[in-house]
Design a protein around this ligand. Structure first.
Ligand SMILES: *Cc1c(COP(=O)(O)O)cnc(C)c1O
Length: 391
C-alpha cells in the first residue's frame, strides 16, 4: 500500500486523527472536506494556486548544496530553501491554499490562531492579497513577546485579538479561535496553521505543503544523479513543513527524520490524547491536563503534533528525535558562519541533529536533505539576548 493514500475517508491516520468537534462545527468540517477535495482535483484551482506561489510566493525554491558544512561534517548536505519563500518561511504555501478555498466557499473572512506570530502574518498576507477580512487570535503573553509581528499583521490590515484565558499562549489562542468559529462559521473560514485540528485539516495542510517535498524530490534526483537523499530531515512543531517534505519521499528509500524540540517533544515524550479536534500524541500530565511546551523557538512550542506524524512514528516509516536549545544555538551560528545563511531557530533544530549525528548515526558519506523551513531574521533578537549583550 502506498502511504500516499492515507488518511482514511474518516480522516484517520491509523489510530490517529479523526474529527472530534462539537456538533455545531461538523457541517463546516464536512463542507471544507468536500470543497477541498473538489478543488484539489480541479485544474483551474490548482493552476491558480501554483501561479500565485510562482509569481508572488517565489516558488520553486531552490535546493542548495552546503559545500563548507559538508566538508566540515563529512556528509553531503543539501537544504530546501523555504527561507527564500515570501514572508520568509513555508507558511505561505498553506495560507495561499486556504485563502483560495475561502473564496471558493463564498466566504469573505478568515480567522487564524498564532503563537510566535508567523502564521498570523502569513494569514494576514494571503488575506490582503485576495481581499479577505482577517482576524488573528493570539495569547496575551505572545502579543507582548511578539510586538513586531503584531505590528506587521496590523500593517497588513488584520485585527489582532489578545486572548487572556489559560496560560495566554498558543493553545489558548487555538481554543478561542475554535470557539469563535462555532458562531461565525457561515461567513468565516478558520485557517489552521499546521497539520493539526479535525479532519480535513491535517490532510489538507499536508497537501498544500507537499509542494516542498514534490519539488525537492525532483531537484535532489537531478543533483544526486538519479538517487534520492539517504536522509530527509525536517523540524517538527505542529509538523507541516515536515509532513510536506516527507510527502515527496514517502514512497522512496529515504529515511525520514523529524526533529522535535526537547522541551516540546510530543512524539518522543507525549501520550495519545484528544485535543483541538484530533487524536494525536500530546504532552499531558497524569490527569490529562495539557502541558505547556517550552523551547528556544516559539514556532515549535506546541504541546501536540499532527496526527500523521504519530502514525508515521507508530508504523516506523519516520523516526522522531530531539534537539536541545544549546545545540540549536550552536547549529544556527555554525551554519551562518560556514554558509552565509542564517536559519530560523526552528530549522536550526534539524541542523542541530544533523551536526550531532554526522559520522555517528549518520554514516560518513551519506547524503542528507534538510528542509530550511524559514530564515533567521525574526530570531535575531532572541539569539542576541541569549548570547549576551542584546542588539
Ligand atoms: C511555524 C514554523 C515552523 C513550525 O511549524 P510546522 O507546522 O511544524 O512546520 C517551523 N519553521 C518555521 C520557520 C516556522 O515559521
Amino acid at each position: 500500500m502506498s502511504l500516499m493514500n492515507t488518511p482514511s475517508s474518516s480522516g484517520r491516520f491509523g489510530d490517529f486523527g479523526g474529527r472530534f468537534v462539537p456538533e455545531s462545527l461538523m457541517p463546516a468540517c464536512l463542507e471544507l472536506e468536500e470543497v477541498f477535495n473538489q478543488a484539489w482535483n480541479d485544474p483551474e484551482f490548482l493552476g491558480e494556486y501554483h501561479r500565485i506561489l510562482r509569481e508572488y510566493g517565489g516558488r520553486p525554491t531552490p535546493v542548495t548544496r552546503l559545500g563548507r558544512l559538508s566538508s566540515h561534517l563529512g556528509v553531503e548536505v543539501l537544504i530546501k530553501r523555504e527561507d527564500l519563500a515570501h514572508t520568509g518561511s513555508h507558511k505561505i504555501n498553506n495560507v495561499i491554499g486556504q485563502a483560495l478555498l475561502t473564496k471558493r466557499m463564498g466566504k469573505k473572512r478568515m480567522i487564524a490562531e498564532t503563537g510566535a506570530g508567523q502564521h498570523g502574518v502569513a494569514t494576514a498576507t494571503a488575506a490582503a492579497l485576495l481581499g479577505l477580512e482577517c482576524v488573528v487570535y493570539m495569547g496575551e503573553v505572545d502579543v507582548k513577546r511578539q510586538a513586531l509581528n503584531v505590528f506587521r499583521m496590523k500593517l497588513l490590515g488584520a485585527d489582532v485579538i489578545p486572548v487572556s484565558s489559560g496560560s495566554r499562549t498558543l493553545k489558548d489562542a487555538i481554543n478561542e479561535a475554535m470557539r469563535e468559529w462555532v458562531t461565525s462559521v457561515e461567513s468565516t473560514h478558520y485557517c489552521i496553521g499546521s497539520v493539526m485540528g479535525p479532519h480535513p485539516y491535517p490532510y489538507m495542510v499536508r497537501q498544500f505543503q507537499r509542494i516542498i517535498g514534490d519539488e525537492a524530490y525532483e531537484q535532489t534526483r537531478v543533483m544526486l544523479d538519479g538517487e534520492v537523499p539517504d536522509y530527509v530531515v525536517a523540524c517538527v512543531g505542529g509538523g507541516s513543513n515536515a509532513a510536506g517534505t516527507f510527502a515527496g519521499f514517502i514512497d522512496s528509500r529515504s529515511r525520514l527524520i523529524g526533529v522535535e524540540p526537547e522541551g516540546g517533544a510530543a512524539i518522543n515524550n507525549g501520550i495519545p490524547g484528544i485535543v483541538h479536534g484530533m487524536r494525536s500524541n500530546l504532552l499531558q500530565d497524569d490527569v490529562g491536563q495539557v502541558l505547556e511546551a517550552h523551547s528556544i523557538s516559539a514556532g515549535l512550542d506546541y504541546p501536540g503534533v499532527g496526527p500523521e506524524h504519530s502514525y508515521l512514528s507508530s508504523i516506523g516509516r519516520a523516526e522522531y528525535v530531539t534537539a536541545c536549545d544549546q545545540e540549536v544555538l550552536e547549529a544556527l551560528q555554525l551554519v551562518s558562519r560556514l554558509e552565509g545563511i542564517i536559519p530560523a531557530l526552528e530549522p536550526a533544530h534539524a541542523m542541530a541533529w544533523l551536526i550531532r549525528e554526522a559520522g555517528k548515526k549518520i554514516p560518513a558519506g551519506s547524503t542528507v536533505l534538510v528542509t530550511m523551513s524559514g530564515r533567521g531574521d525574526k530570531d535575531a533578537e532572541t539569539v542576541a539576548e541569549i548570547l549576551g549583550g542584546g542588539i
